[in-house]
Design a protein around this ligand. Structure first.
Ligand code: ADP
Ligand code: MG
Length: 383
């Protein structure tokens, strides 16, 4: 608690005010004080800065306690407000407490004043501390969210860059090597059979490596997502899934356009991948139905498996990082992920994300520095 507090007193009798101050001082409260009698003086005092405590008479010649309470509630609702008054009927007293007064003390029972003030100050201090803690919590939540947006974008960008480099650089180098090898092979003496065998094996190894390079690049970020768009990428991913697991995975897409905003593409695609991974790991399904459609201004992806069905507890488990990541991705774009599980009958994951108003232009989530629509702006900024 503060060592010295400032008290605003609304009191027309100077003697009563002296008595109140004397009582508090005797009780060990260290304070400065200001006494006002009228509405304008009261309002001005509050506007200069909130006191730590307001002590108010109830009946005043030019002003009344009720109105004072209302003003204080509006200007500084967290400052304790105690009525110190000659008479106060029980009904009125209860009414003032309902309206937000902290307490009331009768002038002929001033012994109650000290404990009442001490309690009010302690509670105000606790409220302030709680609010500070909440504010800190809110800020750190916000920072975490910003960090998660940033990390996701950096990661996606990094994957795109590495995928392109692996595909282009390594791919070209290997193709070059293969051509040189073919040239060399043509110059080998026809009779040296073992040399011909070796070059054949080498060519095969190079072909395999080219396939591996393509696979790695595609796993990092499938080119189809950027070149052919989201519906095609979903179908492509479903096909990969079917090949890998043998689980039938048809895709019905009612969205024709291919050029959706990039962050929308990425969000849907990564959520879809995570959902399929969960089907492999947890569902024991034999079929997965995928539907992608536009509903109003929302794009909606539904992935429905016929497995064991996710339970309520699994859905709400805070340790479910995969689900958390999916929800976070959608939430960052103003959307949501809903899960529904039916025991023994399967799980449905529904992702709804609104289409941004202006999809073509760069928006604040588009960090892809090399996308064509960013370049002129960057140049202009540099010039
Ligand atoms: N399709 C599904 N069918 C049944 N259970 C699921 C399914 N998807 C997720 N779950 C359950 O939800 C939990 C949380 O999923 P997730 O957050 O992705 O974590 P992880 O996959 O790392 O276990 C899983 O551990 C699993 O128990
Ligand atoms: Mg998972």
């Amino acid at each position: 608690m503060k060592t010295e507090i400032h008290i605003l007193m609304l009191e027309d009798s100077e003697m009563d005010a002296e008595l109140v101050m004397h009582t508090l001082r005797k009780g060990g409260v260290v304070f400065s004080s200001e006494r006002v009698e009228t509405r304008p003086a009261f309002t001005r005092a509050l506007e200069r800065g909130p006191p730590d405590l307001i002590l108010s008479d109830y009946s005043l010649p030019s002003f009344d306690g009720y109105a004072a309470l209302a003003i204080a509630q509006e200007k500084c609702p967290d400052i304790p407000f105690i009525f110190v008054t000659g008479t106060l009927g029980e009904e009125v007293a209860i009414e003032t407490l309902k309206k937000g007064a902290t307490d009331y003390v009768l002038k002929h029972r001033l012994s109650r004043l000290l404990p009442s003030v001490q309690r009010a100050l302690r509670e105000a201090e606790e409220r302030a501390a709680r609010r500070r803690a909440q504010e800190q919590l809110r800020q750190s939540h916000e920072q975490l969210r910003a960090l998660s947006v940033y990390l996701q974008h950096v990661r996606e960008e990094e994957r795109t860059r590495i995928a392109r480099e692996v595909h282009d650089e390594l791919g070209q180098a290997l193709t070059g090597l293969k051509l040189q090898l073919t040239w060399l092979c043509g110059r080998l003496p026809a009779k040296s059979k073992s040399l011909h065998e070796s070059t054949k094996t080498m060519t095969e190894r190079i072909d395999e490596t080219i396939q591996t390079v393509r696979r790695i690049a595609t796993e990092l970020r499938p080119g189809v997502l950027d070149s052919a768009g989201l519906p095609a990428a979903l179908e492509w991913q479903a096909l990969q899934f079917e090949r890998q697991t043998g689980i039938h995975c048809p895709v019905q897409s009612a969205v024709r356009e291919t050029m959706l905003a990039q962050e929308l593409n990425t969000a849907f695609f990564r959520i879809f991948q995570e959902t399929l991974t969960n089907v492999i790991r947890h569902a024991h399904a034999t079929k997965v139905d995928v539907r992608f459609a536009q509903m109003g201004q929302f794009l909606v992806l539904e992935v429905k498996d016929n497995g064991r069905g996710i339970s309520e507890a699994e859905m709400n488990n805070t340790k479910s990082i995969g689900l958390l990541g999916m929800r976070e991705r959608a939430a960052l774009l103003g959307g949501e992920v809903r899960l529904r599980g039916e025991p023994g009958r399967g799980t449905t994951v529904t992702v709804r994300i609104p289409r941004p108003q202006k999809e073509a232009g760069p928006n604040k989530l588009n960090f892809h520095e090399n996308s064509p629509d960013r370049r002129p702006r960057r140049r202009a900024a540099r010039a």
